[in-house]
Structures are given as C-alpha cells and as structure tokens.
Design a protein around this ligand. Structure first.
Ligand code: BGC
Length: 754
C-alpha cells in the first residue's frame, strides 16, 4: 500500500476528519483507532529531545524530562558554519526520538535575530537569513533522514518575546521576502520539513494561524510545501478561520472539534479544504510509521555525547587573542587560576520549552580533573544577577595573584535570558565585570570565557582581558570542548552569526523595539544587523562572520565567471599559512551596484568551511544563483535582478574582504507597462516609451506638440513628472504631448503583443 493511499480521507467520517485537525493532548496527535491512524507523540526540540516525564498524561513539566543529549543550542551551533556537522546533530536527535517513540521533534527555529535583546535569540540562528537557512536545513534533513519529522518554527516573524502572543509585526513585503522568510523558504524548497509551526504573533494585522497569504499562498502555492502546519501552543484562536487559512493542526487541543464539524456542514469550510487538511495529517502519520514501529531501539549515549562534543568545539568564537595568550600549554607547568562559578556550574542551554535533561554533564573543572590538569579554582561570584559577594571576590583576587594565567568564566545566568521575555540590557552583570577589573589589577594575563545565549557588550571590559573566547551555550559536552580549545588540541573555528555592536542603541531596530500599543513597526526594513552597520559605515565591536583561529590563512586567486544571464560561479583558493591544523570559512558577499531601490552594501550569498592541515591549500567553488543578486520588488510583486555590475566579495568576515571581483549581469528585463502616472523620465528610459518620446521630440511644433525646455532646472522638473502633470509645465502643449505618448505607445505595444 502506498504511503498516502491508506487510509484516505475518503474512508473517514466528517467527525473523524475534524478530529485529525487537533491534538489528542498537549503532546500527541489525535488518532482514529477504528481507521488505523495512531496518535503519535510530538514534542520539543530544538537542540535535543525534551520528552516530559509527565507527557504520557499530556502534562508539561519543563524541568522533568527523559534524559537526552543536549547539543549546543543554535546560538552556538550557528557559529560553526558547518552544515554537515549540523546534519549529524539532526541524525542523532532523530535516533533519540526513535528510542522514545516521538514522531516529530519541534524544531529548528529559524526566526531572524532582529535585535540581540530578543529573548529567544539563544535558540535562533542568525541575523542573516542565508546563513540561518543554510545551517538549520541540516537539522531538518538530518532528523528526517532517519524517518522522524521536524517542525520548522515559528512561521513567521517571531522576533521578540514582548507581547509575543498578540503583537502585530508590521513588516514591508520587501523585508518579509528578503529577511524574515528566506530561511523558511530555503528549507522548505530543499528539505521539505514534514511540519511547520506557525508563530503566535500577527503579521500585518493577521494572526499567523489565520494568515492564508502566509500558510497557503506563499508556503504551499509559491514554495511547494507538502507537509502540515501546526499552531504554536495556543496560537490558534479561531479554528474555522485557521483551517480555511491552511492550518492543519491545532495544538494543544481546545476540545472543540465540533466547531469544525458544524462549519463543514453549514458551508463555512469547503469539503475540499477539510479533506486537504485532514489528508495532510494522515500523510504525516504515514511518513513516521516506519520509525515509530521500531521497538526496543537504544541510541548510543556515548556516540551522541561525542557528536555534542564536536559540535561544541566548532561553536566557539575566539574574539581576542593578544600576545597569542591562547592556547595554553598544559605541559608547560604554568600555574593556571580558574575563576568564575560557570567553570563549575556551566550555563549550557537556554530556558523555556527547549530546556532538556542531559544524558551527561561534564563541567570545565571536571574535565581538568579528569585530564590531570592542575589549576586553582575560585568561584568569584554566585549565579544570581546581584549582589556581589565580597568574600568570594577577595578569594578570587588572591587566587589570581599567584597565577601565570587566569581563565575567567563569565556570562549570563539563567535569570538574564529565556523564552518568554526580552532582555533589557546587552551589558554583562555588573558584579562580574567589577570582579574582572579587580582580577586584571593583579594579573595581566587574563582570558575571559563567555557563556551567554545572545550577544553581550564586550567593548566596555575588553581592555581587562588579553583573550576573549565567546562560547555561547555549548550543550552537555561544553567542558571537554572548552578544554580542547583552550589547551590547543583543536583550533577554534567558529564565526559570528550575529554582529556584536558597541552599544545596543546602535542597533537599527532600536527606534522600533519592542513596539507599542500592540504593534511593532519593522522600520529598518531590510537593514538588519550587518546590512545596516556595513551599509552606513557604523562602527561595531566585532562584525558578522568574524572569528579568530590559532592558525593564519590567506585567500588568493579569487575569480567569478558568469554562468548564465544572471548567475555566476566563484572560485577562491584558501591556504593555511601557519604550522597549526585548523579550519577557515570562506564567505562570499554580493555587493549590488547602482539600483532603483536602497540595497544593503553587501549580503552573504555563499560560504564554505574548509579544514586545512598546516601549509595546505584548497580551492573552493561557490555557485551564485539568480536569487543571489535579486531584491524583492514591491513594484513587480516579484524578485527582480537589475542589469549591471555586481561586486563579488570573498573574505573571512563581512569586514574582512580579501578580494572583490565584478560580474556584469544581463538583468531579468522585467518592466511594467507605462501609463499616465509614469514619469517623463520613466518614459524616456523605457525601450518602447523612449522611441515614442524621440518621435514626439522630432515632431515638436507640429500638431500642437510642444518644444521641450532646454533649461537644466526645467528639465529636472520634467524628468520626475508623471505625464498627466505635463500641462503644469508645458500648458496645453503638455496635454497634447501626454495624449500623443499614450496613443503612440498603445499602438506600438499592441503591435508587439500581436
Ligand atoms: C513555544 C514553542 C514550543 C511549544 C511547545 C511554545 O510556547 O513557542 O517553541 O515548541 O511551546 O512546547
């Protein structure tokens, strides 16, 4: 029997179809036993499995779930720029779902980090949609390769936690298409997630669950999505409207299936729409049947811990390394002081629905003990935001005094960031910085290791540290991973997926953050993150794409060849010019030239992480498709590539471009028919309109056609005038000219279309 042929909606009663469109309880689909449709479990996500111990009864306890491998949340994993590694994480998560009989894991979340204060930044990937889509697709493809479903979330524009259940995100079509939708679009088109979870918020006035434009026109009709859409937990406020908009599944259930039955009977829901939504649910169950029929499967706890370990290694970003203070030489019998409670009690994941119970947990201190590395430890502070503890501080300063090098583990405690609220400051807890200052006063060799889910300001205190290692949230294997990087077993290779500003007030979204009176205007449009900083030449602390290594690299032989009217292929050679094996990420940015619209100076359109042995070189090849050069034109209601020259920049950060080459594209030749509201300038530059204008000029003085002014100021006015305003400048002759242009244009375009 084929996957989707049995059972079919045709075999179901109206009541049974309606029942498929809501859950059985908070964590299960609703089965139809009589027709052989099981009520499989679906649960969080996104950086490991959170199967609540109470889930069999449909209840929720965020802190009490079955042990599962805690992989680095997206804040860390996104810095890896390594889709294959992310795919492995996905495969491992799926195996854990199979053991626990979970048919769909709720993740990944690919919303854009519009503002670093956003409470869920720790579980989102990037400020850049290309990077977010091309990384998170690894989770979707990896999980689904094992027969388990994913739920790509939160569709769309969940970019803040303030008022998240109802805020109206007012976003231009262009910003939606270029910034807030492309990560979803890429993953839908390349990996077909089996489910998508809609967001809580409204977009331009309509709740996502009821947004037919979003769930049907764009997602299904334009992008070809084949799976089901479920609501975020409690995001469906009108079951009939949502089902009509394209929402297959309400979660958790509100036990109102009769509403669907009545609406189907009285015609408020068309039979075909209910059938399509219910059939989607049957198809989902059928896709997961094979994996859900595997009994007695046990995943390999150690092997998955090792995947988490590798992922953690690649998640760290080395921000500063003066005097090559890192790596430390464990064998050189230097006295190392370790300060900061986070070394003993790591902060390794974020708070809220993604919070899971790890299978193992090894702190940095535990790792040193296990590896026989001697170090003195002082906690220095408690994990409360305040107050400072003078006794702990004094002990920490004393410990720092006698050491050759001090590793200070600083970061954001759990109370500082979580799903459910936005942060109100980018700054580190004051007591930790005060301690850092005291330690730096007695020891010049300080390395700060940061643990935080979203960006913190670094500049105010960077002068106290020779080294700064941003370790984000590293999951359960953070301890060993940190030791590997700090003591030089592996070179750090992470790159920032998010700019680190000097000050939160530099962020382009701050004028409209977090909104007011129930709405938030995305006034910065497409100028999010580096798209704003780089275009307007604003200073940042650390730019997008940045990250140091223990090795040095050189990029050379950069070239770009046109492969079609509006496509190109880029090649570059990257050489490890040091004696340390390490990885570098080659980043390709497209820099549009002159344009009819305001475009970012450059945008990431390709990347490849390359592992190179000391002295080794490799050539990377990156294809740029038409979309890489396009912007979303509100005029055409479509993507548009303008003809002209485009810069192709190859480098290792948005502000570290090794070489730039140009390609000249033909453009897609899109144009709109001219009319009376088109300006004289638009008439002149249009291929057909230009001919008509030339004919009118040649005929000036005959049939009432005017002679155009040759004075520069008047010409300037003329250029920007819709032709229905020509009489203002040219009197009656202007009226004659406008009619002449419209008539002649109509004749010519008629001839063209016939
Ligand atoms: C979150 C989702 C999560 C769901 C189920 C919601 O509050 O926004 O990300 O998957 O709860 O826990």
């Amino acid at each position: 029997m084929s996957e989707s042929s049995y059972p079919s909606v045709k075999d179901l009663t109206l009541e049974e179809k309606a029942s498929l469109t809501s859950g059985g309880d908070a964590w299960h689909l609703q089965g139809v036993e009589a027709k052989g449709i099981p009520g499989y479990m679906i649960t969080d996500g996104p950086h490991g499995l959170r199967k609540s111990l109470a889930a069999s009864t449909g209840e929720t306890d965020l802190d009490d779930s079955v042990p599962a491998t805690c992989f680095p949340p997206a804040a860390g994993l996104s810095s890896s720029w390594n889709p294959e590694l992310i795919h492995q994480v996905g495969e491992a998560m799926a195996e854990e779902c199979i053991q626990e009989k979970v048919a769909v894991i709720l993740g990944p979340g690919v919303n854009i980090k519009r503002n670093p204060l956003g409470g869920r930044c720790f579980e989102y990937w990037s400020e850049d949609p290309y990077l977010a889509g091309h990384e998170a697709v690894g989770i979707v493809a990896g999980v689904q390769s094992k027969g388990v479903g994913t739920s790509l979330k939160h569709f769309a524009a969940n970019n803040q936690e303030t008022d998240r259940l109802r805020v109206d995100a007012r976003i231009s079509q262009r910003a939606l298409r270029e910034i807030y939708l492309p990560a979803f679009e890429h993953i839908v088109k390349t990996a077909q997630p089996w489910t998508i979870m809609c967001s809580y918020n409204r977009i331009n006035g309509v709740h996502s669950a009821q947004n037919r434009w979003l769930l049907t026109d764009v997602l299904r009709n334009e992008w070809g999505f084949k799976g089901i859409v479920m609501s975020d937990w409690g995001a469906d406020h009108d079951r009939v409207a949502s089902l009509n908009a394209g929402l297959n599944l309400e979660m958790p259930p509100t036990y109102t299936d009769e509403q669907i039955v009545y609406a189907a009977r009285d015609g408020r829901i068309a039979p075909a729409q209910l059938d399509a939504m219910a059939q989607g649910m049957i198809d989902l169950v059928n896709k997961t049947r094979a994996a859900m029929s595997i009994d007695g499967y046990r995943f390999d706890v150690d092997a998955h811990d090792e995947v988490a370990h590798q992922a953690a290694i690649e998640s760290m970003v080395l921000l500063k390394n003066d005097d090559a203070i890192l790596p430390l030489d464990a064998a050189a019998s230097k006295k190392v002081a370790i300060i900061g409670e986070f070394a003993r009690t790591p902060r390794y994941q974020g708070g809220g629905s993604s919070h899971i119970t790890p299978t193992k947990m090894t702190s940095f201190l535990d790792t040193l003990t296990a590896r026989g590395i001697d170090a003195d430890f002082a906690p220095g502070f408690t994990l409360d935001l305040e107050p400072a503890d003078p006794a702990l501080e004094a002990q920490a300063v004393e410990t720092a005094k006698g050491a050759d090098v001090v590793l200070m583990f600083l970061g954001l405690p759990e109370a500082a960031e979580s799903e459910g609220f936005d942060r109100d400051t980018l700054d580190m807890p004051a007591k930790q910085i005060a301690l850092l200052e005291q330690v730096a006063a007695v020891n010049k060799n300080v390395v700060v290791v940061l643990s935080n889910g979203s960006v913190v300001t670094v500049n105010p205190w960077a002068k106290y540290a020779k080294g700064i290692l941003e370790s984000w949230l590293l999951g359960q294997a953070g301890g060993p991973a940190l030791a590997d990087v700090i003591f030089g077993a592996v070179s750090p290779s992470g790159k920032l997926a998010q700019s680190i500003p000097l000050d939160i007030n530099d962020d382009p979204s701050m004028l409209n953050w977090p909104g007011e009176e129930g709405h938030v205007d995305y006034g910065e449009g497409v100028f999010v993150g580096y798209r704003y900083y780089d275009t307007y030449g604003k200073a940042v602390d650390y730019p997008f794409g940045y990250g140091l290594s223990y090795a040095t690299f050189e990029i050379s032989e950069v070239s770009a060849t046109k492969t079609g009217a509006n496509t190109a292929c880029v090649t570059a050679t990257v050489t490890n010019t040091s004696d340390v094996d390490a990885a570098e990420t080659v980043q390709v940015y497209v820099a549009p030239g002159a344009s009819d619209v305001a475009r970012p100076k450059h945008e990431l359109k390709g990347f490849e992480k390359v592992f190179l042995k000391a002295g080794e070189s490799k050539t990377v090849t990156i294809d740029l498709d038409e979309r890489a050069f396009a912007y979303w034109s509100e005029k055409f209601g479509d993507w548009h590539v303008e003809a002209g020259e485009y810069g192709i920049e190859v480098g290792t950060a948005s502000r570290d471009i090794a070489a730039s080459v140009n390609v000249t594209l033909d453009g897609d030749n899109k144009s709109l028919p001219l009319n009376e509201w088109s300006t004289y300038g638009e008439w002149e530059s249009d291929p057909v309109g230009g001919k008509v204008v030339a004919a009118a000029i040649a005929a000036a003085g005959t049939n009432g056609l005017p002679t155009l002014p040759d004075n520069a100021m008047m010409r300037m006015f003329l250029q920007s005038m819709p032709i229905n305003s020509l009489p203002t400048l040219l009197g009656e002759g202007g009226k004659t000219l406008a009619s002449y242009l419209l008539d002649e244009y109509a004749k010519l375009t008629k001839n063209i279309t016939e």
